[in-house]
Design a binder for this molecule. Sequence first.
Ligand code: GTP
Ligand code: MG
Length: 312
Amino acid sequence: MSDVEFKFGFVTVIGKPNVGKSTLINRVIGQKISITSHRPQTTRHRILGIHSEANSQMVFVDTPGIHSLRKKSNRRAINKVINKTAIGSIEGVDVVCLMITAHGWSEADLHVLSALKSAVGERRSPVILLINKIDQLNSVNDVLPLIAESSGLYEFSEIVPITATAAKADEHVSHLLDVLREYLPAQPAGFDEDQITDRSFRFLVSELIREQLFRRLGDELPYATAVEVSQFKQESAGYHISADIWVEKDSHKAMVIGKGGEALKKIGSAARKNCEALLEQKVYMELWVKVRSGWSDNARDLYSLGYDEDLS
Ligand SMILES: Nc1nc2c(ncn2[C@@H]2O[C@H](COP(=O)(O)OP(=O)(O)OP(=O)(O)O)[C@@H](O)[C@H]2O)c(=O)[nH]1
Ligand SMILES: [Mg+2]
């Protein structure tokens, strides 16, 4: 019998949009449980990624990127919900990971740090700084001045440079897991060892469709879309899925559908393939584009679309 104590705990990952939070968590879990894209503000919900090993279980909390509400365009109700979801995820966790990139501290990163300081407050939860995307540096040594600067900004428990995508990612992830394990309390696992997320397949399917909207639509359009799965049925031949893509204007609807339906066809076919990989079965998918004006700034619409955090 092993005499190593079993460790179980929650690790939340916060940061400004687009630093690579979801990419890292998917890498740890070894599956796409959280959607990613090159656009900021891809993640909108709090999602758990559960990583089980022989002697530990770590629950990673993926959060939406935190942004300053000082900018007028960021003040829609959905952006307030997003910030509240992210800051609220610090509550009660064992370790907070703050992620920035190797390009250094921007104003937006400093804004997250100050939000974190007030949320962590007197509790003094350990905060680990993750410096991601170090593959984008000419030399690994170029990160040293940033490490020095960072230790002057806050008493981080650890500062860990990583890459979540490049060849060395697995090595970095494994080192990070070793570091995190030290900060977790000795207690039994909280989830089944084969459970990888708290979210239902139905939710993950709606996210996989939304991911394609983020990856394939231009400019501001993805931010004004939401996805609602209306049918999710498993039959012997496979899953039958219907989903509504909500947009705010008729002109947006035309863009999502594209000339001769081309754009929607590509979105549907890519999303279907990812759903088949997730569900390990054939998927039949029907997508409908519908207009609901102002949904992103209407508390009741946000609630009905699954943005069910406290909207007050
Ligand atoms: N070069 C490089 N790119 C990365 C790395 N990690 C993530 N990316 C890319 O950064 C972009 C953003 O990644 P996401 O994981 O969606 O970022 P996020 O922090 O979850 O973003 P939000 O959900 O919008 O807050 C994607 O295009 C990723 O492929 C990395 O280590 N190196
Ligand atoms: Mg994300």
